[in-house]
Structure formats: C-alpha cells, structure tokens
Design a protein around this ligand. Structure first.
Ligand SMILES: [Zn+2]
Length: 476
C-alpha cells in the first residue's frame, strides 16, 4: 500500500481557533480522505504549538499556570477538529515529552554539523509574530502585521542557527524540486527571498527571562526559540528519532500552510532538515487568508467569523463546502456570513439538496421496491475531478461536481420524467436510471469534501428512498 503523510501547520495557542484554521484543517482533510478512498495509507498530523513568550505572558496575565493555560487552548483546537469532522491520525502538542526529546536530539544534530553557535545578540522583536524583524521589514518602526504591538529590542547571549550557509543548498533544492512550493507564485517569492541572502538567526532565549521553552541540551540557562522547536513536530509526529521504521514509512511530508508561514516552512525548515541531514519535505501547499468583505478579520474590528458558531448554525458539511468551493485555494478569499448564506441557499438547499429530493422522490414512486438498476460506471468527469484534487485545486474539483448537478437539473427540465410517467412508465424509468446514476456519481465525488452528506445520499440511493427531511434547510 502506498503511504502518504500530510500535515497542517500547528496553530499557536495564544488565541482561539479562527476560520482560517478551519480552512487549513479542511483542505488537508479533503486530500487525506481522497487518498484513503484511493487506497493510500494516509497519516494526517495536526496539533498545537505551545511554547514561547506569547503563551507565557498570556497565562501570566490571566493568573494561570502556563501548562494549564496551554491545555485549555489546545483543547479548543481539538474541539474544532471534531466539529469539522477532520479524520486526523495524530494530534501533536509541542509540550509532549516525545516531542521535547526529539527537539533536543534535533538540536544536537545541527550542533554536530557545526550550524549552531553562541553570540551576543541585539534584535528587534515583534511580540505578535514571535519573530525578530529586520529594520527593512518594519513600517514606521512597527511590524506591518501587528501595527498595534510594540517592537521590543532585546540584547542577550543567544544561540544562532547558521542559516546563511544554506543559501546555495536551498536554491539547489528549489532547482531540483521546482514544484516544492505551490502555487508557483509562492515558489518564486521564496526563491527571491533566498536569493537576496540569508541572515543567521537566534534560536534560543534566556531561561531566566522566559522559561517556557524546551531546554537547550547541556545549557541550563537557555531554552529553544519557539519556532525552532515547533518545526520539529513534522518529524517527531512520525516517530523521529527513536522509531525510524515509522519515520521512514511516512517521510517526506506534504505540508499545508498559510502564506504568513511561507518562509518558515519552505526556507527555514528545509535548511534545518539539511543541517540535521534529513531529506527535504515533499511539498508545501500555501493557502491565502480569509477576509470579511475584503477586510482582514480582527478582534478590534469585530468582524471575525467564529467557526464554532457558523458550524453550529449551518452544519459541518455546509462549512466544509464553503471552504472548499467558495474559497480560492491559493489566494485570499472572502468569508462573510452574507456570502456564506447566499452560497448555502443557492448551492446546497436549492442545488444539491433539492436535486436529491426530486430524483429520489420520482425514483421511489416509479420503482417502489423494484431495483433501479442504474449504471455504476464512472462518468467522464472523474478525470478532471481527480486532476484538480491531485493538484490541490479544491474549488475547481468541486466545480466539476456542481456542473454534474447542473446537468442533472437540466436533464429533468428537458426530459420531464414526471410528465412522461403519466403514459409511458418504461420511458420514465429509463430517464430515472440515468438520473439516479448521475446522483450516485455526485455522491461518490462528494465523499472527501462532504463526507456525511455523501454517505446519506448513497444510503438513500441504495434504499431508493427520498430523505425524510431536506438535506439542507433553506435559511432566511
Ligand atoms: Zn508581527
């Protein structure tokens, strides 16, 4: 059996899950489910990133113990995964003992390669990004992503990672794997970033200032910088370093990540892997951000779409549908309640749901308990559907399904089986065989995207029964 390892980024637990996390979880889940249906052995990793100054400060501010604070936040992400019906195989927490051990072993490997050294250090640091910022990245002395947060200047003795050494090796890697990063525009962006030259960066913090990190092996005054430890999750999740059989079964990985993660995933992490003498990732799929009517969602603006709320009101599969079909996989897209409700009514309540009721109503009326005997043969559309999904063009794969839905609607319109049935039942049955066959194709293609809906349709086709209630109730 062919094996396939896919992972999301692991969200940082300093805030609640937002709809952007839902997008990433669902995209990876659609790939995972699609490949499982195709006979692949799939390992889906997700989890939470729990170290660093932000968590330490947030817990302190709330008068909470840091670990219990992280426990609470991490549980919220696990809850969202459940609500979204994500079929994951592993939920890693960077506070897990195995992960801590792996991060320390990884550190030792990079140290052995000569890529870690100690240096006096003075940096500008954005608390929002948990990352240092060079002067050229700041706008009016502020981080453009977090203009309302102070930039801190820190001076201390730190360990550094010899990132500069990896300019040529990274460019060679990109040359050898021109589709390492998808879409191509992001591949070009990271290439340009590396071509401009790389600076070594700090990978530790002083434990007396910020103890909430994994101890640097043999250096009790230092803990690892949160990014360094977190990235190691992609290999610790599959058993590295103590279960190499497991690791070799799954590695390399396909990583799904947001555009704000491009540099960490496709340059920093790849350089770290080379330093530890491990093979590079298989592919890095970069998605855009979700906005609300074109405006970046933020608590201060009060325009955040809460995934828990929208799922509880519209249902899991409806939200999965929107994230897959109405969102452009690689670019920024809109997720406002208005556009969500519009798509829900048009494509789910009126489109898919209505079609299922109409076809199965006629089919159960005409055939009763007699077998419908429709053709199970794959329709031509499967070629395009597969091609789209395998290149992560989720919206276009879903469009293939909805064009079959439109064709079936048009077929009912043109053939008018309900009229034909009045004086030619044989012909009406013939039309219904085609329609039920088409509906069966729709349900099979829907399985990775809307798993519960797909199974419900398949069960009702098998029983030749119309659903007792519409699959999607119209919302006003
Ligand atoms: Zn920032």
């Amino acid at each position: 059996m062919k094996s396939f390892y896919i992972t999301t980024t692991i969200p940082y637990v300093n805030s609640d899950p937002h709809i952007g996390h839902a997008l990433e979880f669902v995209q990876a889940d659609v790939v995972a489910r699609y490949l499982r249906l195709g006979g692949f052995d799939v390992f889906y990793n997700t989890g939470t990133d729990e170290h660093g100054l932000n968590i330490y400060t947030a817990a302190k501010e709330r008068g909470k113990d840091t670990k219990s604070y992280a426990d609470e936040k991490s549980a919220r992400f696990a809850e969202l995964l459940k609500m979204l019906n994500i079929q994951y195989d592993n939920f890693i927490r960077t506070t897990d003992e195995h992960h801590k051990m792996a991060a320390q072993e990884f550190w030792n490997r990079c140290l052995a390669t000569g890529d870690i050294y100690k240096k006096e250090y003075k940096i500008k640091y954005c608390m929002g990004c948990e990352m240092e910022k060079t002067e050229s990245e700041l706008v009016n002395g502020r981080c453009p992503l977090h203009p309302n947060k102070e930039i801190h200047t820190i001076e201390e003795e730190n360990f550094f990672f010899r990132f500069s050494k990896y300019q040529k090796p990274l460019l060679d890697l990109y040359e050898q794997h021109p589709d390492l990063v998808l879409p191509e525009s992001r591949m070009n962006e990271i290439k340009k970033f590396v071509q401009r030259g790389l600076d070594d960066f700090s990978i530790s913090r002083l434990a007396k200032k910020m103890p909430w990190g994994i101890p640097v092996p043999g250096e009790q005054d230092h803990v690892m910088y949160v990014w360094f430890d977190a990235l190691v999750n992609y290999i610790s999740a599959v058993g590295w370093p103590n279960d190499m059989e497991k690791f070799n079964k799954w590695w390399p990985v396909v990583q799904v990540a947001g555009k704000d993660n491009l540099r960490q995933q496709s340059a920093i992490w790849q350089a770290m892997l080379m330093s530890a003498q491990l093979p590079p990732s298989r592919q890095i799929i970069i998605h855009g951000f979700l906005t609300n009517q074109g405006v970046k969602m933020s608590k201060t603006l009060g325009n955040v779409v809460d995934p828990f709320d929208i799922i509880s009101r519209y249902g899991t599969d409806a939200v999965r549908y929107y994230l897959i079909r109405q969102v452009t996989p690689f670019e920024d897209s809109d997720f406002s309640e208005e556009s969500f409700k519009f798509a829900y009514n048009a494509s789910l309540a009126n489109g898919l749901g209505n079609l299922v009721s109409r076809i199965l109503k006629m089919s159960s009326d005409y055939f009763g308990s007699e077998p419908v005997g429709f053709s199970q043969e794959e329709w031509e559309c499967w070629g395009e559907y597969r091609e789209r999904l395998e290149s992560f063009q989720f919206d276009r794969a879903a469009n293939v399904i909805w064009s079959v839905i439109a064709d079936l609607d048009a077929h009912i319109q043109n053939e008018q089986p309900f009229r034909v049935a009045k004086d030619n039942m044989d012909k009406a049955k013939e039309i219904l065989r085609y329609l039920v066959g088409g509906l069966n194709q729709v349900a099979l293609m829907l399985r990775p995207i809307m798993p519960v809906t797909a199974e419900t349709i398949l069960e009702h086709i098998a029983a030749n029964k119309m659903p007792e209630q519409p699959l999607f109730m119209r919302k006003d």
